[in-house]
Design a protein. Structure first.
Length: 364
């Protein structure tokens, strides 16, 4: 049977407290897969990786002008060739330009490419020529949303059965139940496109009126650190301007941020860019939050009618939506209930779909 080799982007740190969306998804799919004993995950060498028995860490190259991602891909290929695996499956995450390199080094590989971001903004998939090459040389191509698939297909015909939407799968929350508190939370990276500033501008108008509610910002610009940037300092300054019921935690490890969401009555995801999937939205739904978010990118596919979806999101719309949820308990509770009902973005569902694709490709 083919051995399955998962290639992470080099920047990913496959650890419990440093994992970002790609690592979260890979870990979740692994834990629910029927192929656990066949999978090796290749990534940047770190001291305490998740899934130690299945992780192969590669150190940074000391050679000047050599791409870290190329070095990682070649190291993976060398290991596959060393083990003399005849028909390996190689799963490339978010680095389409590595396909040509891998095809040259492991000629009998069956390759699945995963897009977690807009293909039109990525090296190796920007042009029509690039994308036709990917279709012709991959056994399968997976996209985290229909939105991302549609971006890939711009100026192309969808006349292939190689393209698949594989939504990110979320691991189920722990059995520990956290009582909901009068807490309105933003969770996300502190970058302009995530919209934390819009939330805080709205909070300026609300925090004195609703003193029995807390308003919380969770996140940092870079995972695992509270290093300062111009934008993060702007957010910190905005919080300090406001009252004692407005708080800023900075970076929190993944599980702690999930606990905060479980305690929050309301979660706000005010993205002003086209989110490829909207992982925080899905996590918030699973945690039973009433969600206010933007009608951008893949988010509408996730939230549908289970939250408040705002076109052209701005401060005024956030204020009116927050007041609607704060002042109407039954309305708020109905969204919280609907968020968890028939929740389909689970790791189990995602892993089952991926395993079925792997089985199909193994038989080809």
């Amino acid at each position: 049977m083919s051995k399955i080799n998962v290639l992470l982007p080099f920047k990913e740190k496959f650890s419990k407290n440093m994992k970002s969306s790609v690592s979260i998804t890979v870990e979740a799919n692994f834990k629910e897969s029927i192929f656990k004993n066949k999978i090796t995950i290749f990534g940047q060498n770190i001291s305490n990786p998740m899934l130690k028995d299945n992780f192969f860490g590669v150190k940074k190259t000391r050679l000047p002008f050599v791409s870290k991602n190329v070095h990682l891909a070649k190291s993976m290929c060398d290991e596959i060739n060393r083990l003399n695996i005849e028909y390996p499956i190689i799963e490339i995450h978010n680095r389409p330009f590595l396909l040509k390199i891998i095809k040259k080094k492991v000629k009998k590989a069956k390759i699945i490419l995963f897009f977690h971001n807009d293909p039109l903004e990525m090296k190796g998939s920007k042009s029509i020529k690039d994308r036709l090459y990917l279709i012709n040389n991959c056994s399968g191509i997976c996209f985290v949303s229909n939105y991302i698939k549609k971006q890939f297909l711009i100026n192309l015909n969808d006349n292939t059965n190689k393209l698949h939407v594989l939504y990110n799968g979320i691991s189920l929350v722990s059995n520990i139940k956290h009582k909901k508190e009068k807490l309105i939370t933003f969770v996300g990276r502190l970058v302009q496109e995530k919209g934390a500033h819009l939330f805080l501008e709205a909070v300026k108008k609300l925090h004195k009126k609703y003193k029995d509610w807390d308003f919380l910002v969770v996140g940092s610009t870079y995972l695992g650190t509270n290093s300062k940037t111009k934008y993060s300092e702007r957010i910190r300054a905005l919080v300090l301007e406001l009252g004692s019921n407005v708080k800023f935690t900075g970076y929190l490890p993944y599980q702690k941020s999930r606990t905060v969401m479980q305690k929050s009555e309301i979660l706000i995801v005010p993205s002003i860019w086209d989110e490829p999937f909207g992982l925080v939205v899905a996590e918030g739904m699973l945690c039973g939050c009433a969600i206010i978010t933007s009608n951008k990118g893949g988010i509408p596919e996730i939230i549908k009618d289970k939250g408040i979806l705002l076109d052209n999101i701005d401060v005024k719309k956030i204020i009116s939506s927050l007041e609607l949820l704060i002042n109407n308990n039954s309305f708020r509770k109905s969204f919280q209930k609907r968020a968890t009902e028939k929740f389909k973005f689970t790791a189990n569902n995602s892993a089952r779909t991926l395993d079925n694709l792997r089985k199909k490709i193994m038989m080809e």
